[in-house]
Design a protein around this ligand. Structure first.
Ligand SMILES: *Cc1c(COP(=O)(O)O)cnc(C)c1O
Length: 382
């Protein structure tokens, strides 16, 4: 039966427990599985690093959400990214990376994979000519795209980048953490691999760290799956279960995240204390039309640039109450973050540096009027 996204998010891979009829399958909190005689595995399960039914059920769900053939679940978003890079590349290869990717992604590529022989060039992914120029024939193997980007909310054209990348024989990767599959499905737009920090919108409740890869290519999936087993960055059964639990409400949560962020962006646009409100749902945002084409909603993330510079940004970030000062994003509760010293401290002094007058908001699913009142109170203190 062909089902729509909201239905798939609740049911894919989530059949009731055949033994007891439990609507919610149990958490298989076990490290190993009894064998009926040597090699006599029940359901193919042998040892928890190699496979676990709770992890499998999350992987089935993730593949269905992104419309992919294979999904692999990891202990964190960066563990997923690390496994993908090691599966796809060998020393001597070069990759082209967006100039506003997640700071930890840049740190992983530069500080961990760099010394192991993977070179990278950082470019503006919304400038197709610059991307093409950065490709080194024979050496470049992979294009790393993040859209909407963090924290400047830049929108890159996934279909155009996939076409360009494929013309040069590259694997095109999209970090879909900010949009979530409820709003954007990169594989359908031509990308080869989707990466997630499931810690964010998929988990949705700020109570679990996790990551995922979703892809169609059998050979690359097999290599990444081998790393899951051979290097061991797997998600724990309870973490996988929490993520499944979060995903069931993804569609309704994203709807409210989008509504609240839109209301806040419209309320704050043009405020005298702000130089800019970066939100793709505002018609004046340079990526608005593209986002309207490739996304089903503009998301729950927005950033503010303060006219009063660094001091105003800091004061504001420390003045909100409902918006709690913390790293991370995508939970039901609203968070405020000062990127240049928190999430993006590792990219200071690089091309990915975030301006010191920028504050990022992860808009939760509380009542919009309460959130706006909180922001107005903080603005009044400037
Ligand atoms: C948080 C984040 C990551 C890293 O994920 P972890 O689960 O923290 O390892 C990668 N990409 C983006 C866009 C993120 O926000």
């Amino acid at each position: 039966m062909d089902q729509n996204f909201d239905t798939v998010a609740i049911h894919a891979g989530q059949d009731f427990d055949p033994t007891t009829g439990a609507v919610i399958p149990p958490i298989y909190q076990t490290s190993t599985f009894v064998q009926d005689g040597i090699g006599g595995l029940r359901g193919g399960y042998e040892y928890g690093r190699a496979g676990n039914p709770t992890r499998d059920s999350l992987q089935t769900l993730l593949a269905a959400l992104e419309g992919g053939k294979h999904a692999l679940s990891f202990s964190s978003g960066l563990a997923a990214e690390d496994s993908l890079l090691r599966a796809a590349l060998t020393p001597g290869d070069h990759i082209v990376v967006g100039n506003d990717v997640y700071g930890g992604t840049h740190r992983l590529i530069e500080k961990v994979h760099g010394p192991w022989g993977i070179a990278n060039t950082v470019v503006d992914m919304s400038d197709l000519a610059a991307v093409e120029q950065a490709i080194r024939p024979g050496e470049t193997k992979l294009l790393w795209v993040e859209t909407p980007s963090n924290p400047m909310m830049k929108i890159s054209d996934i279909a155009a980048l996939a076409e360009l990348g494929h013309r040069h024989g590259l694997t095109v990767v999209v970090d879909n953490t900010f949009a979530s599959p409820a709003l954007q499905q990169p594989l359908a737009l031509g990308a080869d691999v989707v990466v997630h920090s499931t810690t964010k919108y998929l988990g949705g409740h700020s109570d679990v760290i996790g990551g995922a890869l979703i892809l169609n290519d059998d050979e690359l999936a097999e290599k990444a799956k081998f790393l899951q087993f051979a290097a061991g960055p797997v998600s724990a059964p309870f973490d996988a279960w929490l993520t499944i639990r979060g995903i069931k409400t993804l569609a309704v949560r994203m709807q409210r995240h989008c509504e609240n962020a839109q209301a806040i962006a419209e309320h704050l646009a043009g405020h005298p204390s702000l130089d800019a409100v970066y939100y793709p749902g505002l018609p004046g945002h340079p990526g608005h039309d593209l986002a309207a084409r490739q996304m089903r909603g503009f998301g729950g993330m927005l950033s503010l640039a303060f006219a009063g510079g660094e001091q105003a940004a800091r004061t504001f970030a420390e003045s909100t109450e409902l918006f709690q000062l913390a790293e991370s994003l995508g939970g039901v509760e609203s968070l405020v973050n000062y990127p240049s010293e928190m999430t993006h401290a590792s990219v200071r002094g690089t091309e990915l540096e975030v301006p010191v007058n920028v504050v990022r908001l992860s808009v939760g699913i509380e009542d919009a009027a309460d959130l706006i009142a909180d922001l107005d109170r903080a603005l009044a203190r400037l």
